[in-house]
Design a binder for this molecule. Structure first.
Ligand SMILES: [Zn+2]
Length: 258
């Protein structure tokens, strides 16, 4: 055999062995990718979704409600908007809902309204939202705060550019890479009973004693039979035009809906 043919034969055997050795590894990788595929999230088609908005106008609740409605309608959901918390007292309407999206910063919720909301979520209606419209609503109401997973207490430094770091391999964040955003960096009092999907790390520029603190940016939890999702971004609803933020928001809605 000529020496060039010998080298070709050796190269062929080496390649064949390499392909054989790699085959099982590749198929297991495909299985892993499929298990965290965002398509695994349930469809929102024909789901009944209530968007409740209002409260402090600085968070543009109506704009957030319109944006959420557009995103949900694009998924085939039946969307109802309400500017009144009294809808939480309407047990018939609430029992028909699959998901409640709330954007209602600060303000007050009365006893009958919170009772209606808590009952619906405990019975399995999903509950989701963003930023102050969800995790800074009704500051004097601990029944509400018991559901949400975290409560806003400060945004040191105001508007900042910062990194959002994706954690784990939850279907909500599947395929989303770490990204940079410019908004308020929410400092939250956090319920230990949450699953953290994304975090941000504080530096010492505004308050030196929080340097290095790692804070949830997106999370899930359950409350009774209900699924709860929140993303802390969104001081300006236009932030959800950024593909990563939009994908987490829409996937969070899908995950939370029953
Ligand atoms: Zn804000």
């Amino acid at each position: 055999m000529r020496s060039s043919n010998k080298y070709l034969l050796i190269a062929f055997i080496f390649l064949a062995l390499l392909v054989f050795a790699c085959t099982p590894q590749d198929s297991s990788r495909i299985e892993l990718a499929a298990s965290v595929n965002p398509e695994a999230l349930p469809s929102l088609k024909d789901k009944n979704i209530l968007i409740v908005y209002g409260g402090w106008p600085g968070h543009k609740p109506e704009l957030f409600a319109e944006k959420a409605k557009t995103l949900l309608a694009a998924q085939g959901a039946n969307v109802t908007l309400s500017e009144s918390l009294d809808i939480y007292k309407d047990a018939t309407t609430m029992s028909k809902m699959d998901l409640i999206v709330q954007s209602f910063t600060m303000d007050k919720i009365d006893n009958d309204q919170i009772k209606g909301l808590v009952k619906a979520v405990k019975n399995g209606v999903g509950f989701a939202g963003a930023h102050g419209g969800f995790c800074d609503s009704f500051r004097d109401n601990t029944e509400y705060q018991y559901m949400t997973g975290a409560q806003f207490v400060a945004h040191p430094g105001g508007q900042l550019e910062y990194r959002v770091n994706i954690k784990g391999d939850h279907p909500i964040t599947s395929g989303v890479n770490d990204f940079t955003t410019t908004t308020e960096q929410y400092y939250l009092h956090v319920d230990p009973n949450i699953e953290v999907l994304a975090t941000t790390t504080f530096n010492d520029k505004a308050d030196e004693w929080i340097d290095g603190v790692v804070m949830p940016v997106a999370w899930t939890k359950t409350f009774g039979k209900g699924r709860v999702f929140c993303i802390a971004l969104g001081h300006d609803p236009a932030e959800f035009d950024q593909p990563e933020a939009k994908q987490i928001l829409v996937n969070g809605f899908k995950w939370a809906a029953r």
